[in-house]
Design a protein around this ligand. Sequence first.
Ligand code: HMG
Ligand code: MG
Length: 298
Amino acid sequence: NLPQHVRLVEVGPRDGLQNEKQPISVADKVRLVDDLTAAGLGYVEVGSFVSPKWVPQMAGSAEVFAQIQRKPGVTYAALTPNLKGFEAALESRVEEVAVFAAASEAFSQKNINCSIAESLERFVPVMEAARQHGVRVRGYVSCVLGCPYEGEVKPEQVAHVARELFAMGCYEVSLGDTIGVGTAGATRRMFEVVGRDVPRDRLAGHFHDTYGQALANIYASLLEGIAVFDSSVAGLGGCPYAKGATGNVASEDVLYLLDGLGIETGIDLDRLIAAGQRICQVLGRANGSRVARARNPD
Ligand code: HMG
Ligand code: MG
């Protein structure tokens, strides 16, 4: 029994662009966000309020938020690793934020410079402030199917962090295969274990496509009843603290899969492809979506 509706969380402007070395203008970022919502995406992660020393590309997030055309019904979100980030997000009138933790200690240190336990403590005041201001908080867990520094990650480690995030008030917890090493069987086992602690309708899948397994893992997740997936237009991206990691699964490819299964998303594939083609031209790179390449042969 597959879900009838799936919600796609577009992370291209954030996860997709955060790793880009070349400067990208605020205008190009704004255009990308507006193109994505015009294609029917109902949720866009626009940027991050993180240390500009750690992720320079996200330094302009406040300007991007100031210039996008906010469509009613669309959620525009941002990453906030601590209270300082949350306060900046509030100033930018962000309606929803995300805190991010990891299932592996080494990745937590490399990405946010603290242990898993410290990160969870750091999120408590963010949750508190968010509650006061009526801002919803999404939680991320990275390295759910493997860590670039520690290798294997057990589903129980993922369940522990996901449970904590859910218990502190995250309305949804997105489980990230940061380095794209997962396979369909491991994905199903992971959701099976985590699903004992967090209801499945509160879980999302976040797959990077490094090993070309992302679509298979999404199908495996659908079979486990997961109905929210993070994806990145044109398959942009990679995490700056996970060497060699590629972009997220391409939104166009996920949409093609879902359309084929008769699962509703409300997104227009042609317009989504056009949005991806445009940002790829800006970046001067090949489109990472197989569907977009098939539709636009050179
Ligand atoms: P730290 O150095 O330990 O922080 O970094 P600190 O509190 O000691 O502060 C150091 C400096 O950073 C200070 O400035 C602070 O003001 C500043 P200074 O006095 O040196 O000039 N600072 C900030 N500036 C702006 N915004 C803030 C902020 N906080 C402190 N919010 C910190 C700790 C968490 C800040 C840092 O490690 C950081 O920003 N990390 C972000 C890393 C990141 O964004 N990674 C990518 C996103 S996660 C991801 O991609 C995975 C995901 O896609 C899922 C998956 O695929 O697995 C979500
Ligand atoms: Mg990611």
